[in-house]
Design a protein around this ligand. Structure first.
Ligand code: ADP
Ligand code: MG
Length: 617
């Protein structure tokens, strides 16, 4: 118990909060009314928390207070008051919760801004700034509060949002928080009953506590997810999503379903419009809340869904859960696991249906959230097989921007083909102009194109699909069938080729593991294949970027040469006729092959040599 501090004390806001307030007040929302939603949602959170405390605590201050939210407007004084009988805050909690940045949404918001997001309005729209949104409309905000702890005196926190706040004792307070907003002159509308009524009506149905406005009840407490789908309008779903997920966008996809076996479940799940992790945001926290018969059990349950579904928002309600569920006891854990299985399976099924019935919408969804499905395919052993079917890639047979599934790939290949080939590269152009694809094209073999940094990891972990091995097309182990011999237009003979290869190996020394004639090359003179089974070019680049062991090991590649290519014929002739120039050309051929493979690490030697060669013109 803290002793009351008799006199008002002034505190500075934490620097981040000042920054946040500055943005909120000066540049942020056009939709100022969202502050009502934020404060009502805080009141509702406080009531939920109190309801939980009441399950375990013997002594709760003002125990008879009804779990409800009261709003009062005063258009004379130009004020709006929001009161709840929730758990309230002690003096320390007022300072901690309202003076420092505890709120993860605000933190993420600031991070986004500091990374240049301020210009990106849609990005800003992804965040709620919670309590501080009140300062969009307020000249001053006063928070009167008495904690649920009986021994604690009540206090009032007040601020005009300009940099500091004051905390002082307050007599005769009920339990909970009473927030009095003195409105700015141009925001005086919010002290009109009709205005607040209109705002509350839009989402108050989703708040699971009674809301009264000037003494009149606004909402009938009902849970959207328990109602039947056919009665619910799209707008209601959207409003619910915005309210529940603190979102500003419209949901991209939604799944509303119920099940009776093996567990009684009502679930309402949303996929947001955009993937915020893509903007360099912190990893998303679980955001599908767990309810039991409309009572919130956990707003951010950790194990309710697999990690890779962390982009989902919404609600899962199961009547089979005990109210005071604990993640520690075996039985409760088993229940959560069961829920997890059922919901995940159902959601994957939903996605496959989307992919089939609304391929374009699925394609757009995949553009944003495909990376999570890849993560699941690579790491979630239970759902891997189903998830791999949901993956999509461009390929040598698709148009740019169009994708194929692995199922479709397999349906196109002959039974004798035991591999699914893929190539990793930064984009389509790079893969198509590289030397690796031509051998596959010449043999009519389809190759999947992978553009994302995680793809290699995913392909390595998934390993096979439908008994076909996923195989990197630029790997030296790949054996391709013989092509019908190209008409012999004076290519090098077998002996000449062998001689050239031996000379190249001797000339290039340690830089190559092996030099041999290629059966893949059609138009390019040479290509470099990875000699190291466990370190693909791509992986090597990543290790280097992360400064990990392995990135520094000397690079050794297998060089394959095209005996039909004019350059190789010239080189074979000049290695005796003009040995010095030939050695320069040999080194340059290797560097060119390394560039195509994305493996050339230091171009300075290469540039010098190129000048030497050019001088010989
Ligand atoms: P968030 O609700 O996401 O945590 P807010 O900025 O909305 O962030 O609120 C900050 C914190 O202030 C809350 O986490 C809570 O601890 C406290 N708070 C806000 N409003 C109330 C309230 N009505 N009753 C009790 N605590 C509150
Ligand atoms: Mg809040």
């Amino acid at each position: 118990m803290s002793t009351p501090t008799p006199t008002p004390q002034t505190y500075e806001f934490q620097a981040e909060i000042k920054q946040l307030l500055d943005i909120v007040i000066h540049s942020l929302y056009t939709e100022k009314e969202i502050f009502v939603r934020e404060l009502v949602s805080n009141a509702s959170d406080a009531l939920e928390k109190l309801r939980h405390l009441q399950l375990t605590e013997k002594e709760v201050f003002d125990d008879q207070a009804t779990l409800e939210i009261n709003l009062t407007t005063d258009d004379q004084a130009k004020t709006l008051t929001i009161q709840d009988f929730g758990l309230g805050m002690t003096r320390e909690e007022l300072i901690e919760n309202l003076g420092t940045i505890a709120h993860s949404g605000s933190k993420a918001f600031l991070k986004a801004l500091s990374e240049g997001g301020q210009k990106n309005a849609s990005l800003i729209g992804q965040f709620g700034v919670g309590f501080y949104s009140a300062f969009m409309v307020a000249k001053s905000v006063k928070v009167y509060s008495h904690s649920w702890r009986a021994g604690e005196p009540a206090h009032v926190w007040s601020s005009d949002g300009s940099g500091s706040y004051v905390v002082e004792p307050a007599e005769d307070q009920r339990r909970g928080a009473r927030i009095v907003i003195e409105l700015k002159d141009d925001c005086a509308d919010f002290s009109q009953e009709w205005k607040i009524k209109e705002i509350l009506e839009r989402y108050s149905a989703f708040v699971s506590f009674p809301i009264n406005l000037n003494g009149k009840r606004i909402n009938t407490v009902q849970a959207l997810w328990l109602r039947s789908k056919s009665e619910i309008k799209d707008e209601e779903y959207t409003e619910f999503y915005k309210f529940q997920a603190h979102a500003f966008d419209e949901p991209r996809l939604r799944l509303h379903f119920s099940a009776d076996a093996p567990l009684q479940i009502n679930a309402l799940l949303f996929v947001p419009k955009e993937n915020v992790e893509k903007f360099g945001m912190a990893r998303s926290e679980p955001a599908v809340s767990l309810y039991c018969r409309k009572v919130l059990i956990d707003a951010k349950p950790k194990d309710l869904l697999p990690e890779w579904l962390r982009f989902l928002k919404g609600v899962v309600d199961s009547a089979d859960l005990p109210l005071n569920i604990s993640r520690e006891t075996m039985q409760d854990r088993a229940l959560i696991e069961k829920l997890n299985k059922v919901i995940t399976k159902r959601f994957i099924k939903f996605l496959s249906e989307e992919a089939k019935n609304r391929p374009e919408a699925y394609h757009e969804f995949y553009g944003q959230f495909g990376v999570y499905l890849k993560e699941g395919a690579a790491l979630d052993f239970t759902h891997k097989d189903e998830l791999v079917k949901l993956l999509r890639f461009e390929s040598s047979l698709t148009e740019k921007g169009k994708t194929t599934s692995l199922t479709d790939y397999v349906s196109r290949i002959g039974a004798e083909q035991k591999e699914i080939y893929y190539l990793i590269g930064p984009n389509r152009e790079a893969i198509e102009s590289g030397p690796y694809l031509e051998a596959f094209k010449a043999r009519n073999l389809e190759v999947l194109f992978c553009y994302e940094p995680v793809d290699e990891y995913v392909m390595n972990n998934v390993r096979e699909f439908d008994s076909k091995k996923l195989t990197a097309a630029d790997h030296s182990d790949v054996k391709l069938s013989d092509l019908p011999k190209p008409p012999d237009e004076g290519g090098l003979t077998a002996d000449e080729t062998k001689g050239l290869a031996e000379w190249l190996k001797a000339t290039l020394g340690e830089r190559v593991a092996e030099v041999k004639a290629s059966d893949r090359l059609v138009d390019s003179p040479a290509l470099a294949l990875n000699a190291d089974k466990f370190m693909s070019p791509h992986l090597r680049r990543m290790m280097k970027a992360m400064n990990k062991d392995g990135g520094d090991a000397p690079l050794r590649v297998n060089l394959e040469i095209n005996p039909r290519h004019p350059l190789m014929k010239r080189l074979a002739a000049s290695r005796t006729a003009a040995p010095d120039t030939a050695a320069l050309v040999a080194a340059q051929v290797l560097d060119n092959a390394l560039i195509s493979a994305g493996l050339l690490e230091d171009p300075t030697t290469m540039v010098k040599r190129l000048y030497q060669l050019l001088e010989q013109v």
